[in-house]
Design a binder for this molecule. Structure first.
Ligand SMILES: *Cc1c(COP(=O)(O)O)cnc(C)c1O
Ligand SMILES: [Zn+2]
Length: 416
């Protein structure tokens, strides 16, 4: 039987899986799910001789394939939309432009609601149902609310969502509304919305599914398992991703560390977090060698998914970056936009602005000489292009009006 506890990352106080707790009641620290790894029974893979999960292979595809490393009993009936199992594309054309030789992009936009948040929410909502809560809630820059609304609909439980007014991309609002969440917008930013929803959850006994909830990170960590498997157990040298609340970078690092602890792999990639210049508290703290971030009161960027001034998981992320020998960098909105267009046109991978920050960051770090040109690099494309259609129409040439006449149309075609 697999054993786990919810543990404070600071004072190591442990809580049981049946308690509803988001931060340590003793010291206020972030919580982490800790397994007794010796209780996890993985079989030896005959081909590689490594302790790999031959067992996992029979478990279907996606997040729940890795249920041996998820905090549930084997009998659990997951609330699932078959999330995960996203493609990992080899991107030779983009690699050539950037000047690297071994570049891969994992397209998390191809999850059921269009972002990696689904990996966390399938686990988080399954936990909510197991706990028997009366409803779920979150604050969101968009994708968290969308994903929660979708999984709450699937589970048949009420969902409450707080959004910063006027700052959420159109596709995300549309999804949250369509899946039947009760959606509220408030004058303020994401950090304000989170402050309020935390109190609401406490007072109204709703289950909080922001990424302070450690169960979400357990689902998100499966990104790393899939990367490792798709690369035939060769751990990449770098994983680069955008950082907002800093959960995903922490989750992915945790998963690579777990594979190493289990003796399945023997290395952990250098974790690289990219933030927008107008919202870069983690990058700043990393560069200044500080143990804690200084929150930014007015985060600003067109990449709304990472428009966050006070990232909840900063402590975990700084640890992930530092102990993996990685780095953090910032990019401008212009660099993000250029990367978004480049990725869409050179590789056919359509992403929302925040996701393109990973590519923009890669470009910058290669030019700075921080990333070697022959490293094996995986960038995480966190969300789909259609999340933010307004931005796409702003940055691309509009369609040209033509007469309903084939001769006129033919004359206007370029490149034929
Ligand atoms: C949530 C989100 C991010 C940021 O992830 P964190 O875990 O908050 O750092 C980046 N891109 C997209 C598309 C997102 O939805
Ligand atoms: Zn503590």
């Amino acid at each position: 039987m697999k054993e786990y506890a919810v543990e404070c990352i600071r004072c190591r106080t442990r809580f049981s899986g049946t308690e509803i707790v988001y931060t340590c009641s003793k010291c206020g620290g972030l919580l982490d799910i800790r397994y007794d790894y010796s209780s996890i029974d993985l079989e030896l893979d005959a081909g590689t001789g490594r302790r790999w999960k031959a067992k996992w292979e029979g478990e279907g595809e996606g997040v729940w394939k890795y249920r041996d490393l998820l905090p549930f009993d084997d009998e659990i009936e997951p609330i699932t939309m078959f999330e995960g199992n996203t493609p990992l594309y080899r991107c030779d054309s983009l690699a050539k432009t950037i000047g690297v030789t071994d570049l891969w992009v994992k397209h998390e936009g191809l999850n059921p609601s269009g972002s990696f948040k689904d990996r966390g929410m399938t686990v988080g909502v399954t936990k909510a149902v197991e706990l028997g809560v009366k409803g779920v809630a979150c604050a969101s820059t968009g994708n968290t609310s969308t994903s929660l609304a979708l999984f709450a609909a699937k589970a048949g439980i009420p969902c409450y969502v707080l959004l910063p007014e006027g700052k959420v991309a159109l596709g995300k609002v549309a999804q949250a509304l369509m899946h039947g969440a009760q959606v509220f917008t408030l004058k303020g930013n994401f950090d304000d919305a989170l402050r309020i929803v935390r109190v609401l959850c406490e007072e109204e006994s709703l289950y909080l599914l922001n990424s302070v909830n450690p169960y979400r990170l357990e689902g998100q960590k499966t990104i790393a398992f899939e990367i490792t498997e798709k690369l035939k157990m060769e751990v990449p040298e770098r994983v680069i991703l955008p950082v907002g609340n800093a959960a995903n970078i922490s989750a992915i690092f945790k998963a690579f560390s777990e594979l190493k602890i289990l003796g399945i792999t023997d290395a952990v990639p250098k974790m690289v977090g990219i933030q927008a210049e107008g919202a870069m508290p983690v990058t700043r703290a990393f560069k200044e060698g500080k143990a804690e971030i200084t929150p930014e009161a007015k985060p600003e960027t067109i990449a709304s998914a990472i428009r966050i001034g006070d990232p909840v998981n900063a402590a975990k992320a700084l640890d992930a970056i530092r102990s993996s020998g990685g780095t953090a960098e910032s990019v401008t909105d212009e660099e993000i936009t250029a990367a978004q267009i480049e990725l869409a046109r050179s590789e056919g991978i359509g992403v929302e602005p925040a996701s393109a920050a990973s590519i923009a960051g890669l470009k910058k770090l290669v030019e700075m000489g921080v990333i070697e040109r022959d490293e094996r690099i995986v960038c995480i494309a966190t969300g789909h292009l259609l999340k933010d259609p307004e931005r796409a129409t702003e940055i691309c040439e509009p369609p040209k009006e033509v007469e309903t006449d084939v001769k006129v149309v033919r004359k206007m075609l370029k490149g034929v």
